[in-house]
Design a protein around this ligand. Structure first.
Ligand code: ARG
Length: 575
């Protein structure tokens, strides 16, 4: 109830001044109530006792007796155990809800536009995408959609691993593959085969090293072979992105290879700032405050002894590009928690070298692991790593079975369509609804359940509202101007939930945590369920109430659809 809090702040300041409480940190204490029965916003008065030398309860009563009459027009006030509680009254709620009802953005305001680069997905060429890439892809996609909705210039960058020493062995292996037909390469084994040869066949390892030199000197034949490998992998990545229904396409590609020409410049710039040190033939930087287990300074390796550049060097070049060529205000890196140290060190060196200043925000948005039900890394029944594509296909086919049970009369083409929305939605939501810092257990039954905090539950709530409108023969658009009457507690709770949408989006952005939005949507759907259970909607004898309740139904549906859409999840009209 941030909107309510803001109004209370402006209307309460005079009183706090008058009672000489303006010097206390009352603004910091004024917060959302946990006890919804007594209020929406609460001011704990305990810490004012020292100033006024009275009991907290007496102080709360004194403030209550002195509040401005303006404030009493929007809230009811009560005092419990030293807490001064403010509860939005129906007239305030009505005003808010009718504004939101008539607003195409559901009360979500635009922010001043910033240019925000989001680095996400970023799989490696010549390897299949696996479930580990799922998190980066869906979290990055949700953050992109949410920031776009708030009016930002969002630039999604897919920093694919398409350069570096492994390409020597990959290209050599590719040349040795019998038919040398790139289309027939099986990515699940290709990398492993190349690695095996590299580790076990001396001659192959030597040729691979020579191939790296050829690649770095842009030998045309080598570049051609490299390009075919890249293209082949992109076909696979793109097919997964289309299935997952994320915003990424070839325009978002910003792989490691494109920074290759900037790498010598990174070394020059670091040298000119006196940050580079030679250590065992390598060029390194020792950022302040980093030590290894032996308590020796920890280096960030910029150029290895053999002249090759490192992952960190590419990331430094990438920062120069994002700051100087793209002109970004913020860069988000949606990458697993295991790379936290890498990013902290890279950001620190980039600051020290003047590649970015304090005005630019660089944030690593880490996430935990996806685990199997045995608590170990997710694997197929045969113990092999599961590819992302297999996982998505399985989800869709499981969803199809569920729909067939639930709604056997649905046409084949509708079922086909809806199964995709539910299968993909379930996988995405299972990921997005968990605090991204935590590991989670991949559980088919849970994520595809129509009960609990799941995508099918939310999608079903949406579909149910669509069916209410189909039965009512009233159009959803016609409710945008209806008067909304708050006649009971169920309607009141639902209104408050709907009003909270904008705040949930801001919370999501400030913590870069899509699960905040997911939690919000789940509460909204629960509030809707209680409303719908207790407040009959289709009551033609009472036109006024029916029109108000239909408007609440439509507002709930719009909020669910917009909110799920921001998480990259579709909402079927029928299920
Ligand atoms: N390709 C890398 C990996 O699979 C992730 C890249 C993340 N982005 C970055 N700018 N380092 O680990």
């Amino acid at each position: 109830m941030r909107a309510l809090r803001n109004e209370i702040v402006s209307k309460l300041s005079v009183t706090m001044h008058k009672l000489e409480l303006n010097e206390t940190k009352w603004l910091d204490f004024l917060g959302t109530s946990t006890d919804k029965i007594h209020g929406d916003v609460t001011l704990p008065c305990h810490s004012f006792s020292k100033v006024l030398r009275k009991s907290p309860n007496d102080i709360a009563i004194e403030i209550a007796e002195n509040v401005d009459s303006d404030l009493l027009e929007i809230v009811e006030i009560n005092v419990v155990n030293g807490f001064l509680n403010f509860k939005a009254n129906n007239s305030w709620l009505s005003k808010q809800i009718s504004f939101i009802n008539s607003d195409s953005r559901l009360g979500v305001e635009l922010e001043d536009e910033k240019t925000i680069v989001i680095d996400y997905s970023s799989p490696n060429i010549a390897k299949r995408m696996h479930v580990g890439h799922l998190r980066s892809t869906v979290i990055g996609d949700a953050l992109s959609r949410i920031l776009l909705f708030k009016g930002h210039n969002v630039i999604g960058e897919n920093h694919i691993g398409d350069w570096g020493t492994p390409f020597g062995m990959l290209i050599e292996h590719f040349i040795e593959c019998e038919n040398n037909n790139v289309g027939e390469i099986d990515l699940s084994t290709f990398y492993k085969e190349a690695r095996y040869k590299f580790d076990n066949i001396d001659d192959f390892a030597n040729r691979s090293r020579k191939r790296v030199v050829k690649l770095q000197s842009k030998d045309p034949e080598t570049i051609n072979l490299w390009q075919s490998l890249v293209n082949h992998s992109l076909i696979h990545f793109n097919s997964v992105y289309r299935m997952l229904d994320v915003l990424l396409n070839d325009d978002n590609l910003a792989g490691e290879s494109i920074y290759e020409d900037l790498l010598p410049e990174v070394v020059e710039r670091l040298t000119s700032k006196n940050l580079i040190v030679e250590s065992d033939g390598a060029l390194v930087v020792f950022p302040d405050g980093w030590f290894n287990r032996e308590n020796e300074p920890l280096p960030l390796i910029i150029r290895k002894g053999d002249g090759g550049f490192n992952y960190a060097t590419t990331d430094l070049a990438c920062i120069i590009n994002r700051v100087e060529s793209i002109g970004c205000d913020e860069m988000l890196y949606v990458v697993g928690a295991e790379q936290s140290q890498h990013f902290s060190m890279v950001f620190q060196v980039a600051h020290d070298a003047g590649f970015m200043d304090d005005k630019i925000k660089a944030v690593h948005v880490p996430f935990g692991l996806v685990m199997g039900s045995d608590g170990k890394k997710l694997a197929s029944r045969k113990g092999k790593a599961i590819t992302l594509k297999e996982l998505l296909e399985e989800s869709i086919s499981r969803a199809e079975k569920l729909i067939l049970e639930k709604n056997p009369s649905m046409s084949d083409s509708d079922r086909n369509e809806v199964s995709k929305m539910i299968g993909i939605g379930a996988i995405k939501y299972a990921d997005l609804s968990i605090d991204r810092n935590k590991n989670y257990i991949f559980d088919w039954d849970k994520m595809l359940s129509f009960e609990g905090n799941t995508a099918p539950y939310l999608q079903y709530a949406y579909a149910r509202i669509c069916s209410i409108f189909r039965k009512s023969s009233i159009s959803r658009e016609s409710t945008l101007e209806s008067e909304i009457i708050i006649g009971n507690d169920f309607e009141m709770s639902l209104c408050k939930s709907i009003i909270g949408f904008s705040e949930s989006i801001d919370d999501t952005i400030s913590s870069y945590s899509p699960h905040r939005l997911a939690v919000y949507l789940h509460h909204l759907a629960q509030d809707f369920a209680s409303f719908y259970e207790n407040c009959p909607v289709l009551i033609p004898d009472d036109k006024k109430t029916m029109s108000s309740r239909l408007a609440l139904c439509n507002l709930t549906a719009r909020t669910l659809r917009t909110g799920l859409g921001l998480l990259g999840i579709e909402t079927p009209e029928k299920m």
